[in-house]
Design a protein around this ligand. Structure first.
Ligand SMILES: O=C(O)CCC(=O)C(=O)O
Length: 338
């Protein structure tokens, strides 16, 4: 197991912050059940080196590949910005530390670029279970591709805000091309992250590299977990862990959310909260359905996997925990995407 280092970061104002080097494990020595037991179940972050090894994306995906294959396609780079892929890639390649270019962070692959899905097979074996893709998920919340997102940015480009993922989800972010700095802060440090009123999963701190201590005096009390992702590395971001990313070179990665028995309760709470806009009885019915579904999916995920064929295989595919059970990307056909 890689050592976890602790150092103290000194900002220009000579304040100090605890900075921990995020633990790293090699995929060769981390079987999936051990990953589940030691990280998912304990809500503990980790980088798994070489999590993504064999899929064509590792060989093919470069900025130039996207420009050549999709140059004329208009894409949503952020909620407010649309451009062609060619223009976007030019801006990514021109991005500099002192003049960062755009960072794509909201492009869902299944509905918007399904032609990329075969490049991602076999899937990252740690991005399981894929409850969101389960045929037992109600159509409205089902994400047949598992909720895969494409993230692209150039030097200095970064995810626009520090945040934790909604719906109590865990996230796996896997680097495919280039290098990216990744930072996390534990849920117990939320009071030091200055959450946005009305959007408590987003921080109001605009840039953690230049935090104004007069405006955000508590920030220095937060512990920052730090790593640099290289091609093939996956960072596991447990539910409610704050996180942010900054490209160190032109960077391409994918993000996939993970739900299982460890975070399902919080997922149900969030979907059935008062702010869901549903009336009391509808909220209650939804909660009962999702709670029962969670119990069933947990049982299915623990079901002994003896054969991928016949009835046993069909049962396993109701809540896939391996690449084989997820099937190939033709099985992730997108029906009712929002
Ligand atoms: O840019 C990144 O790698 C962070 C991705 C992320 O946090 C997200 O998509 O929620």
């Amino acid at each position: 197991m890689a050592a976890v280092g602790i150092d103290v970061q000194t900002s220009p104002e000579a304040r100090t912050q605890r900075r921990v080097t995020l633990e790293r494990r090699s995929a060769a020595e981390l079987p999936y059940p051990v990953f589940v037991r030691e990280y998912i179940a304990r809500n503990r972050p980790v980088v798994v080196e070489n999590a993504l090894q064999a899929c064509p994306a590792r060989q093919r995906w470069t900025p130039e590949y996207f420009r050549e294959r999709f140059g004329g396609k208009r894409i949503q780079v952020s909620p407010s910005e649309q451009m062609t892929f060619a223009d976007f890639i030019d801006a990514v390649l021109a991005s500099r530390e002192d003049a960062p270019g755009p960072y794509m962070y909201r492009l869902f692959i299944g509905p918007h670029m399904p032609e990329l899905l075969p490049d991602l097979e076999p899937l990252n074996p740690y991005a399981f279970p894929r409850r969101l893709a389960s045929p037992l998920m109600p159509q409205r919340w089902r994400r047949p591709d598992g909720y895969l997102k494409l993230l692209i940015g150039g030097i200095g480009g970064r995810f626009p805000f520090l945040h934790y993922d909604l719906e109590n989800a865990h996230a796996t972010i896997t680097e495919i091309h280039g290098d990216k700095e990744f930072i996390l802060y534990p849920p117990e440090d939320s009071a030091f992250m200055y959450p946005k009123p009305g959007m408590p999963n987003q921080s109001t701190i605009p840039d953690v590299q230049r935090v104004d201590p007069a405006r955000f005096p508590l920030y220095e009390r937060a512990t920052q977990y730090h790593t640099v992702l290289h091609p093939g590395d996956m960072v596991f971001v447990p539910s409610r862990w704050w996180h942010g990313a900054r490209a160190l070179s032109p960077s391409i990665s994918i993000c996939q959310n993970v739900l299982d028995g460890s975070n399902w309760g919080g997922y149900v709470d969030e979907l059935c909260s008062r702010s869901s806009g549903l009336s009391g009885p509808k909220r209650q019915a939804k909660r009962m359905y999702l709670s029962a579904l969670g119990g069933l999916l947990s049982t299915l995920e623990r079901w002994p996997r003896r054969s991928a064929a016949g009835a046993a295989g069909r049962i396993a595919r109701l809540s896939p925990v391996t690449c084989d059970e997820a099937g190939d990307s033709t099985a992730w056909a997108v029906a009712n995407w929002k």
